[in-house]
Write a protein that binds this ligand. Structure first.
Ligand code: TYM
Length: 349
């Protein structure tokens, strides 16, 4: 089984899909379709790792799964040329995660900063699933032996863990991998693709905090479903500092709010931050904000209306996920069969 270049990434259906998810991840998903075979997954099993109040219960989970799917398609992902599916329809994710549970070390998971952030002070009350989250994520990627993983900056550490798991598996089972004729390595080392001027979009209320689905203040983020008036209000209210915009990028240092808004403008317009500052540098925030509102509305409104149209027809969205899952399963089953042989699990045929 030769390793072929393949892209995999996932988004959790936990509601409030925002500009950070769009610019940090989805925009890059769309671009990679030109050059790679891509799988884009709605990771519904990961959503369950948080308390039920966070993901909203069964009805919300199904609604949000369809909404993320709609966001993928409305943003320009082609589910016919590539694969769009939800994780729970391909049981091999859970199966490979178990094997990886036995490869990953407790010490590795103890270092995961996102677990510490999400678990908060009462770590004892966190689900075992939340602790194990990065192992399931490694299984998601390696089940398709994906080589490239477009993500936002916050997923860097999880990607490193996936690489460590792949390497330890290849080492631990090296003899078996060779004797089964799979060459020297079975799982590739997945490469994180963290690219563009907005790999870490910050809160509109506090430039030192990441824009997040779970922030209590809806004004901290621009949701992909926000209408034009809401977008305008949120940007006009966004925190800034009293100085005019600098003319050069180094002038953004120690000005997190200015840096964030310029980064958002750059990412949405496909330009660099210094190019944006070339146009707006020296000017007041108010006129820059007006331009940002216009750009945001122009880019996001068509996506929001297409999402609305798609979620109004859940059976159509479901048929896309079912078809994607069928095609994903074909790849996953191959990897799983080979993995079972490598590990020494006795199986039929
Ligand atoms: P999730 O749903 O939390 O985030 C989805 C994607 O959005 C990116 N992102 C951001 N990028 C820039 N600025 C922000 N403020 C921001 N907030 C979120 C995330 O980095 C992510 O790329 N663990 C993944 C889901 C996952 C996955 C995978 C990803 C499960 N299995 C396998 C890649 C490969 C996550 O954080 O989802």
């Amino acid at each position: 089984m030769a390793i072929v270049e393949r892209v995999f990434s996932g988004v959790q259906p936990t509601g409030n899909l925002h500009l950070g998810n769009y610019l940090g991840a989805i925009v890059n998903f769309v671009k990679l379709q030109e050059t790679h075979n891509c799988l884009y997954c709605v990771v519904d099993m990961h959503a369950l790792t948080q308390p039920v109040e966070v993901w909203g219960g069964p009805t919300e989970l199904a609604r949000n799964t369809r909404e993320v799917t709609a966001a993928f398609i409305a943003s320009g992902i082609d589910p016919k040329k590539h694969i769009v599916f939800n994780q729970s329809q391909v049981h091999e994710h859970a199966e490979l995660a178990w094997i990886f549970n036995c490869v990953a070390r407790v010490g590795w998971l103890n270092r995961m900063t996102q677990f510490k952030e999400k678990a908060g002070k009462d770590r004892e009350a966190a689900s075992v699933g939340l602790y194990d989250y990065p192992v399931l994520m490694a299984a998601d990627i390696l089940l398709y032996r994906a080589t490239d993983v477009p993500v936002g900056d916050d997923q860097k550490q999880h990607l490193e863990l996936s690489r460590d798991i792949a390497q330890k598996f290849n080492n631990d089972f090296g003899d078996s991998i060779r004797s089964h004729g799979f060459g020297e390595v079975f799982f590739p080392q997945p490469e994180p693709l963290i690219t563009g001027p907005a790999t870490r979009v910050m809160s509109l209320r506090d430039g030192t905090k990441k824009m997040s689905k779970s922030d209590a203040s809806d004004n901290s983020r621009i949701n992909l479903t926000d209408d034009a008036d809401t977008i305008a209000q949120k940007i006009r209210k966004a925190k800034t500092d009293p100085e005019p915009l600098p003319s050069e990028e180094k002038g953004l240092e120690a000005r997190p709010e200015a840096d964030n808004l310029v980064g958002i403008y750059a990412a949405l317009s496909g330009r660099s931050k210094s190019d944006v500052l070339g146009e707006f540098g020296g000017g007041q925030f108010s006129s820059f904000k007006n331009a940002l509102v216009e750009l945001c509305v122009a880019k996001l409104s068509p996506i929001a209306s297409e999402m609305k149209r798609l979620v109004a027809d859940p059976s159509h969205v479901d048929s896309i996920l079912i078809d994607g899952a069928d095609r994903a399963r074909a790849i996953a089953a191959e990897t799983m069969k080979a993995t079972k042989d490598i590990v020494g699990f006795v199986r039929k045929g």
